[in-house]
Design a protein around this ligand. Sequence first.
Ligand code: ADP
Ligand code: 5SP
Length: 533
Amino acid sequence: MAERAARPCCLGWDFSTQQVKVVAVDAELNVFYEDSVNFDRDLPEFGTQGGVHIHEDGLTVTSPVLMWVQALDIILERMKASGFDFSQVLALSGAGQQHGSVYWKAGASRVLTSLSPDLLLHKQLQACFSIRDSPVWMDSSTTAQCRGLEAAMGGAQALSGLTGSRAYERFTGNQIAKIYQQNPEAYSQTEVGENVSSFAASLFLGSYAPIDYSDGSGMNLLQIQDKVWSQVCLGACAPHLEEKLGAPIPSCSVVGAISSYYIQRYGFPPGCKVVAFTGDNPASLAGMRLEEGDIAVSLGTSDTLFLWLQEPMPALEGHVFCNPVDVQHYMALLCFKNGSLMREKIRDESASCSWSDFSEALRSTEMGNGGNLGFYFDVMEITPEIIGRHRFSTENRQVSAFPRAVEIRALIEGQFMAKRIHAEGLGYRVMPKTKILATGGASRNRDILQVLADVFGAPVHVTDTANSACVGSAYRAFHAGTDVPFSEVVKLAPNPRLAATPTPGAAQVYEALLPQYAKLEQRILSQTRGPPE
Ligand SMILES: Nc1ncnc2c1ncn2[C@@H]1O[C@H](COP(=O)(O)OP(=O)(O)O)[C@@H](O)[C@H]1O
Ligand SMILES: O=C(CO)[C@@H](O)[C@H](O)COP(=O)(O)O
């Protein structure tokens, strides 16, 4: 049998909302292996929908922490069965859905440092968590804790100035505060609290991995300029929190060598480096090789839009995070909760559960949708805080339904108009040189990308894999421990390719519609918001 040529590589992981994914990237930066484990499909015993459990209150949203561990077991076993040569892995890094939190029980570190290579991880880590259902980014049950934190900090703007964001329900500090208040026993049994990203790094390290600056910025706890925990924020959330979190570290740190478990069970080399894991959006910024002036749109479970920032300018909307590849710089992020799952619902209702029928509806309707505009927020949106479906025909008349194809275009145009309006609210302007980089599951859909190009009046580029968080993690693994800039390390990576250019006439159509959409959004907000307290 012909020997396979050795192919030194780095692995990039992503522990996202609906799946765990991996890519292997070789020294020429080619992706040569890709796999994923989908929680709903591949681990039905956990009974998740879209990777999560929505609780009865409609606000609490969690995922079983052991499901994430078991997904890692499955994917590693599959790699082994496929003959993947683990001995060539120089380094690995990864990403996690942001804001979600994991609670290691006292004594878990002993289990983690003495894993037996004869058993799967999930069998050995069963009793290691003081909270088995981890709160995730879709949770919106911590409004009381958010108001408490803002009050302790002297207001929302003061908190944002320090940590990059006003208090948000999904941010980890507020989630920890809720656990401390409602389940003090579990809190006191917790030895270490982690983000999903650092938790995933701990699994590879076989000991607790620190939280990195970039994902740590999504906690309402980190002073993003000084890169230290804010003592006032920690104190406002829960006692002894600093001990449980450990000190945050630069995102490009090597946190250690891979645990002997992986060396013995899978054949990783002993020197394989584990590089700090970070949030999935920061990892995507790395994967897309975003540069100043570009705008990234990720169409995953959540939709996000992000930009490279030189200087932080925290506001009452959106977030500023530490930059994952350049410790001097920052990134701005807007998150839209009603992303792919909302598109799937409208696809099922109006396009016979088929993406190709959904696309056909986009192609058969005109830009501007004949003046029909829609807002589709089946779960409480983050940007802006609106819930429900709101449809308006020409002359802004509220209507209860649209014909199927009009409904589909109203959804997609509305989602992208909201992104442009809120990005402009942060000071972003579309310039003649503006390039949109799209990623995430829905970036595979050419017709959705056409609407994105039309609404923004800018060309849309995509990379060959929609998994930019995984690819970015592998690039970060190559970069860490070197003394060259990240841009230098990734200069050989394939350039994103052009996927859609604005249709002639698009600018006139959307210049007229955008102010109308913004006005209607304000109208809905003022109708749905209660009187000021
Ligand atoms: N052809 C398509 N058109 C539109 N959306 C798609 C298409 N293929 C996949 N998707 C969407 O991609 C989503 C998953 O995106 P992904 O970025 O992998 O999510 P995450 O990283 O949050 O787990 C699915 O929920 C699905 O709705
Ligand atoms: O809450 C945010 C960002 O602030 C989300 O973007 C999560 O990071 C989830 O990511 P996906 O699984 O949708 O990629």
